[in-house]
Design a protein around this ligand. Sequence first.
Ligand code: HEC
Ligand code: HEC
Ligand code: HEC
Ligand code: HEC
Ligand code: HEC
Length: 224
Amino acid sequence: MALPSARSVRLWAVLAFLPTAVWAGFALTHTETQTSIAHGPLIEAHAGVACAECHVKTAGTVRQQIQAQIRYLVGVRETPVDFGYAEVQSAQCLACHSRPNERHPIYRFREPRFVKAVTDVDARSCLGCHSEHIPQIVTEMPTLCQACHGDLTLKNDPVDVSHEDLIAQRNWESCLGCHDFHGNHPFQTPTTLTDRVAEVAIWAYFQGGEDPFGGPKFYKGKAP
Ligand code: HEC
Ligand code: HEC
Ligand code: HEC
Ligand code: HEC
Ligand code: HEC
């Protein structure tokens, strides 16, 4: 049986993907079609943020992009390129959310000592814990602290149940009850376990519900 020639594979790929490319390019730049091709609505806080704030055009001409797509289709390239649009990256989030008081800045977790931790929770990227087009504002589990704080001990621990004990009990659900992750809320850290924010309130917040840490935030995202 004769295999299709490289030339006919290429022709097929172009014919199959050209309409998609043209359509996607059109749809992402026309408001009336924008929502119809998104996977789901934006989170409430992002109402009014334009698609293009997160979906930036890729470098290269349409011809180069088609060539890259073909190399992917025939197995020479490892990743496909999105037609005209790059994968969403932390840089887009940081354009609106960078802040000087960040407790867990993503760049820190590119250090070699976090190699193992980031296989549990990819703290090197906003998208390791957040996504879009789904109702959840945080996609990681509330227990995510365990990836890095397993050996935490405090001198003169001020908490009624010490951090050491909480960790020995594997009570990772408790952490966010007393600390927010980014440190962007004027939240007074409790010293008694009974005063912590309840786990259900944190879970509801992750699902898009009320922010249990109180406000006003030190830094708000840049308004669209
Ligand atoms: C706040 C940032 C943000 C905004 C605004 C946004 N998106 Fe997205 N979008 C994402 C993220 C994150 C993903 C997950 C996939 C990825 O990483 O590319 C995604 C995925 C998608 C996908 C699936 C693409 C794929 O490769 O799986 C489409 C289609 C899409 N968005 C369309 C839209 C449209 C249309 C709008 C405007 C209504 C929009 N998006 C606004 C962040 C955003
Ligand atoms: C064009 C500016 C803009 C971009 C780009 C943007 N955001 Fe936002 N974001 C905002 C604004 C404005 C708010 C609402 C004010 C606030 O809570 O800081 C917000 C709120 C949020 C919230 C809080 C939601 C809530 O209900 O409390 C999260 C989480 C968030 N953004 C994550 C992201 C991530 C992750 C990205 C990148 C994929 C991103 N944002 C990109 C402007 C932006
Ligand atoms: C390791 C997980 C993780 C990573 C990585 C991460 N976040 Fe978060 N983020 C959280 C958690 C947990 C919360 C809820 C607790 C809180 O409010 O701090 C949150 C809350 C937020 C909020 C709402 C509260 C606030 O601080 O305004 C915003 C906005 C946000 N993240 C943006 C980002 C951006 C932008 C990045 C990338 C630069 C990022 N996050 C990276 C876990 C993460
Ligand atoms: C990917 C690794 C990683 C994860 C996941 C992580 N942390 Fe951290 N955390 C760190 C590092 C590194 C520091 C800084 C320690 C230092 O400066 O010596 C830190 C610092 C802190 C601090 C002290 C901040 C300050 O400014 O004094 C608190 C509180 C904290 N983390 C709580 C949490 C909580 C709660 C979670 C889970 C929601 C969490 N962390 C998840 C790595 C992580
Ligand atoms: C009952 C409240 C409470 C709980 C639960 C709690 N913490 Fe704390 N944590 C504190 C207080 C109070 C401090 C002292 C510093 C401060 O005020 O932030 C602290 C300090 C820290 C620090 C800074 C340590 C240093 O040397 O500066 C880290 C990191 C931390 N906690 C992580 C965690 C993690 C991880 C968990 C979950 C196992 C957790 N905490 C659970 C209240 C709590």
